[in-house]
Design a protein around this ligand. Structure first.
Ligand SMILES: NC(=O)c1ccc[n+]([C@@H]2O[C@H](COP(=O)([O-])OP(=O)(O)OC[C@H]3O[C@@H](n4cnc5c(N)ncnc54)[C@H](OP(=O)(O)O)[C@@H]3O)[C@@H](O)[C@H]2O)c1
Length: 167
């Protein structure tokens, strides 16, 4: 699917949860396919190793700009601040796309999961996605991609909270 999206991906975009896992794989794919400016949102700041990887990608793929902005996407004020920073970093270039791959896991059998265990897992997807939507509502986005999982329709015995947060 990505291969057919090359022209669409060549824009300024925000990638929530992009420092690790599938999010960072997406960063690499976009950089390799003429991605331009990529802003990664993450609660942590990137490790030295990750900073090196980001630098290497920018050197390898001319025209790529990859920045990381510390932000908890479940917090409206964090997201608002992050987008103000991104607007300055991408000066004059409107944001054209969002990838939402942030995830928190807290597995357990249904009878031991507490309400808080659902909240912790649901909030990056529900509150996080709503905050990203609100922050980009005024932009003319080409795409807003939310990562899902086969667990949402197949189910998994210890992942009721994970399955519930999926689209
Ligand atoms: N990996 C798989 O096999 C697989 C399979 C099916 C579906 N998926 C889906 O693909 C997506 C990515 O999965 P993954 O396994 O690649 O995840 P991952 O490596 O665990 O990465 C998740 C990222 O989300 C960030 N994050 C969590 N809460 C956040 C918050 N409140 N604000 C900002 N960032 C936050 C984390 O960074 P910080 O801790 O720094 O915030 C982390 O970098 C998820 O939606 C997952 O359900 C994955």
């Amino acid at each position: 699917h990505f291969v057919h999206c090359r022209s669409v991906l060549s824009k300024r975009l925000v990638l929530a949860g992009g420092l690790t896992g599938l999010g960072f794989e997406t960063v690499k794919f976009i950089a390799a396919n003429g991605g331009g400016c990529i802003a990664i949102l993450s609660r942590k700041i990137p490790s030295k190793e990750k900073q090196e990887e980001m630098k290497d990608l920018q050197l390898k793929y001319e025209g790529s700009k990859i920045v990381s902005v510390q932000c908890d996407i479940t917090l409206t004020s964090d997201v608002e601040e992050a987008f103000q920073i991104i607007v300055k970093l991408f000066e004059g270039c409107p944001i054209k796309g969002v990838f939402q791959s942030a995830v928190v896991l807290h597995d357990g059998r249904l009878e031991v999961l507490k309400f808080a265990d659902f909240q912790r897992v649901l909030s990056p997807k529900v509150a996080g996605t709503l905050n990203l939507h609100r922050a980009t509502r005024g932009q003319q986005l080409d795409y807003f991609v939310c990562y899902s999982s086969v667990t949402s329709f197949l189910g998994n015995s210890t992942q009721a909270n994970y399955a519930a947060r999926k689209y």
